[in-house]
Design a protein around this ligand. Structure first.
Ligand SMILES: Cc1cc2nc3c(=O)[nH]c(=O)nc-3n(C[C@H](O)[C@H](O)[C@H](O)COP(=O)(O)O)c2cc1C
Length: 163
């Protein structure tokens, strides 16, 4: 069984897109060493990150992220066991939900709506979390024609993961 941990947090300072991209590539490299996969979504001044992997590496990483001063107001949204990874090809996929996507507007609009719902609710329902988790791979799968910046990050960060 694998552990999945989803949390949200708030920027403790401003980040520009390039900086977030560099950070996420660095995270992806580190995660490829520990077998962690997932996505890091950015919306407004919030992060929403999905981490998945073996229990100990995920818990260790959560402990480190928790004390990282680049963000605050850390709140766990979901923690559970899963049989298989939702993001097997992504050692950390950056998704900037504020970015203008030229295609897949419906899937992206739905994902944004779900993320915003989860962010504002004090205790998101399990149903809301499941819907969110299902909406993310849908956008990634449709993302072939997304803007170049997303595509290039995707190619570089697609680190093969251990079975
Ligand atoms: C929003 C956010 C997401 C992060 N995601 C990861 C991640 O996926 N993998 C990772 O290794 N570090 C991630 N970090 C960085 C960790 O908090 C920490 O700085 C890093 O693991 C290095 O820890 P160390 O210097 O104690 O080894 C993230 C930090 C922030 C602010």
């Amino acid at each position: 069984m694998l552990t999945t941990h989803v949390y949200m947090s708030r920027f403790s300072r401003s980040f520009d897109v390039a900086e977030l991209d560099v950070m996420c590539r660095h995270f992806a490299r580190r995660n490829s060493e520990t077998g962690i996969t997932g996505v890091l979504m950015v919306i407004g001044d919030h992060f929403v990150q999905v981490l998945e992997g073996a229990r100990d590496p995920v818990l260790d990483l959560v402990e480190r992220i928790l004390v990282d001063d680049r963000h605050g107001e850390f709140r766990t949204l979901y923690r559970g066991l899963v049989h298989e990874r939702r993001f097997p090809n992504w050692s950390m996929r950056m998704m900037n939900l504020d970015q203008h996507y030229t295609v897949n507007d419906l899937a992206m609009t739905e994902l944004r709506r779900l993320v915003k719902t989860v962010i504002i609710s004090p205790v998101p329902s399990r149903t809301a979390m499941v819907q969110l988790m299902m909406a993310i791979p849908r956008v990634i799968a449709l993302d072939g024609n997304a803007e170049a910046v997303v595509r290039s990050a995707a190619v570089i960060d697609a680190v093969p993961t251990a079975p």
